[in-house]
Design a protein around this ligand. Sequence first.
Ligand code: ATP
Length: 214
Amino acid sequence: MIVLAGTIGAGKTSLTTLLANHLGSKAIYESVSDNPILPLFYDDPKKYAFLLQIYFLNKRLDNIKNAQENKLDVIDRSIFEDALLFQLNADLGRSTETEVQIYKSLLTNMMEKLTELPSKDPGLLIHVRVSFDTMLDRIQKRGRSFEQISVHPDLYTYYEELNKRYEAWYASYDRGPKMEIDGDKYDFVESKPAADEVLKQIDAKLFDLGSLVG
Ligand SMILES: Nc1ncnc2c1ncn2[C@@H]1O[C@H](COP(=O)(O)OP(=O)(O)OP(=O)(O)O)[C@@H](O)[C@H]1O
């Protein structure tokens, strides 16, 4: 399986669609509109951070189970970023260190159990890197009301810190092969040439890894 990673609004879901169409494989999405906890979390992060994390853990495990048929199936968000988001929430006082520790130990326990699956670790992780300015632009343009800084001014710090932490997170990711896409340079949603270039870069990596043969 191939997994996308990156901050809020980086374009993971769009690239998942593009890539799965290009490879002729299955795209597996985590639906935001069906998520009943997300708007509650944005309204009252302290109350709902832990519940949201458990909700996502359950969904991500489902996604991994669904992506076992074909090594080119694409998941729009990796399970490995959730701990980064949850730790940030704890550092901002929206959850406690005890909750983070319990979450991490549950995650480790569940991931150990997944050894039974043929491909529990991604064959390739693709990080879409965007600058803080691009991130803010995209969140605003997409217009999900609960994600807007104009609605929840505290989100500015949350987004800024999240964007900063992604760099270290990507550098330390070691579950398998990885690559980065420059989401500032290549607007693969708006520009067909940019989309073609990004797909070319991913194809080249998949060839190198032996996941695609020419
Ligand atoms: N572990 C988590 N903890 C808190 N919030 C999360 C977590 N995972 C996802 N979210 C929230 O869920 C929403 C969707 O996140 P995600 O980044 O997966 O999709 P997205 O913003 O639509 O990304 P893209 O535009 O790159 O497709 C965002 O509001 C994000 O903050």
